[in-house]
Structures are given as structure tokens and as C-alpha cells.
Design a protein around this ligand. Structure first.
Ligand SMILES: [Zn+2]
Length: 263
């Protein structure tokens, strides 16, 4: 390289980093929207060195928009100045541009490919072997009076069909899941996520039995739910920034198995 080509190389590199950063972002959002479960499971398998490199791309793009990040050395090799780490007082070390360029190309291609495969197929990464799925369909009754609270529901077969998208149903139709399962699988629905408890059943809103009574809670993001005889049995999360669901604490309800002999 010489004094003229060095600036061309720098601007080409910057353009490449912008492209890499937005392709990773797009592929990541597609994968997440397709299956948040698979996405989370995949991210959990990533080596921390790879995660650091992904963060570096992000930080580089941000920093490059406000600062001059390049040092041109006497031999016309280019060095990327140290960049501050996100939310930390530390810096990434200076990097030599040419070898880094090769490395980041390979990394981004591999990672985009992974996200797209989640988008296209799903179900490759998520280990659910620890689960025991209830064999029979069930409905749930009020523990105090025995009144029916839900329609007939099945224990969700594949946790990957849970949706973490706001304003959509957390669960597929006519299914239920236990609190401890979604906690272990880290399928937190965002708003108020940290309050999910081990000892509760989660069902979709339309799984409630028709004669259930609802009362809007004071903050209007929740309904309190009562059985036909007025016993409080749970809460419906109706927050516009979270998936919708009904939460029934296990000490308020009773599970009734429906053993279907015709099957
Ligand atoms: Zn009751």
C-alpha cells in the first residue's frame, strides 16, 4: 500500500463494517422473530470470544461514526485504534486492519448463516430432554369449589412453539405449560418476566372456561380472574408490551386429567 491507496482501503473497510453490522442485525431479528426459543438457545451456545467479536463490530460501527479510528503506520500498514467496550471502562486493543478484515468476514458469514438457519428451519439447538410431558389432556378446576376454570388443554409438546412477541399469545391454542419449565428454559416474556414463579400453570387467554369472571386490575395491564363462585384463581397479563397469557398459581387450582379411552 502507499499513501494514496491507504485512504481507499480505510473507506472500503468502513463500508464493509457497516454492511456486516446491518446484515448481522437483520439476520438476528429474523431468527428472533421466527423462534425466540431457538434464538436464545443458540446464543447460549456461543463462545464468549465470538460474543466479544460481535460486540466489537457493533462498537466499531458506533465509534467510527464519531471518531477517527485509524492510525497509518510508517510502512503504510493501517491500525485500528483501541475502541472502548460497551458499558465498561476497558478498551479493545488496537488491531491491525488487514488480518482483522479477513477474520471478521469469516465470522460474520458464519454467524449470519446460523441465524438464517434458525429462521428457515428451527429446532436444531434446543435440548428439551429434561422435560416430562403430561400424557393426558387436562382441564383445571378451582381448588376451593371445583368449578371448571379452563377448557380441555394439552401440555405443550415443544417449548419452541412459545412466542415471546409482544401482543401475541405466549402459548399456542389449547396448551398449558408449567412455570418451572419456562423458568428453566429462560423463556421470559419480557414485561414482569422476573415474576414468573415455579409453582404456576400458564395457559393462553382463550383457554379460560366461558363462565370465568375478570376484573381489571388498577394498573390496567392485568385482569384478576375469578371462578364462577368468586374465588380468585389467577391473573391475565394483558400488557401491550408483552405476550398475552393467563397465570394460575398451583395452590389455587386443581388439575383434572381427561383420560380419553377412544384414543
Ligand atoms: Zn371456586
Amino acid at each position: 500500500m502507499n499513501g494514496n491507496t491507504v485512504h481507499v482501503a480505510i473507506s472500503e473497510f468502513c463500508a464493509m463494517m457497516e454492511t456486516i453490522s446491518s446484515s448481522i442485525y437483520l439476520a438476528q431479528s429474523c431468527a428472533y422473530k421466527q423462534s425466540a426459543v431457538e434464538f436464545n438457545a443458540f446464543i447460549a451456545t456461543l463462545d464468549h470470544l465470538i460474543m466479544d467479536e460481535l460486540k466489537y463490530v457493533d462498537q466499531f460501527v458506533r465509534a467510527n461514526r464519531v471518531n477517527d479510528l485509524f492510525t497509518i503506520l510508517d510502512d503504510f500498514n493501517i491500525e485500528i485504534k483501541p475502541i472502548i467496550m460497551k458499558n465498561k471502562m476497558e478498551y479493545y486493543e488496537a488491531r491491525s486492519l488487514s488480518p482483522y478484515m479477513e477474520k471478521v468476514k469469516l465470522l460474520s458469514e458464519a454467524i449470519v448463516k446460523q441465524f438464517l438457519s434458525i429462521y428457515e428451519e428451527s429446532s436444531a439447538f434446543y435440548d428439551q430432554s429434561w422435560r416430562t410431558v403430561d400424557m393426558h389432556r387436562s382441564s383445571f378446576c378451582c381448588k376451593s369449589c371445583g368449578a371448571l376454570i379452563t377448557t380441555i388443554l394439552s401440555h405443550i409438546g415443544n417449548l419452541s412453539s412459545i412466542s415471546l412477541i409482544e401482543n401475541e399469545s405466549y402459548l399456542p391454542r389449547l396448551t398449558y405449560v408449567y412455570g418451572y419449565e419456562v423458568i428453566r428454559a429462560e423463556l421470559f416474556p419480557g414485561c414482569g418476566a422476573d415474576e414468573l414463579i415455579e409453582d404456576e400453570i400458564i395457559i393462553p387467554v382463550e383457554g379460560l372456561y366461558m363462565n370465568i369472571k375478570k376484573q381489571l386490575a388498577h394498573d390496567s395491564t392485568e385482569f384478576t380472574i375469578y371462578c364462577i363462585n368468586g374465588h380468585q384463581i389467577g391473573r391475565e397479563v394483558a400488557d401491550g408490551h408483552a405476550p398475552h397469557m393467563v397465570r394460575l398459581p398451583k395452590d389455587r387450582i386443581h388439575r383434572k386429567e381427561i383420560v380419553d379411552h377412544t384414543m
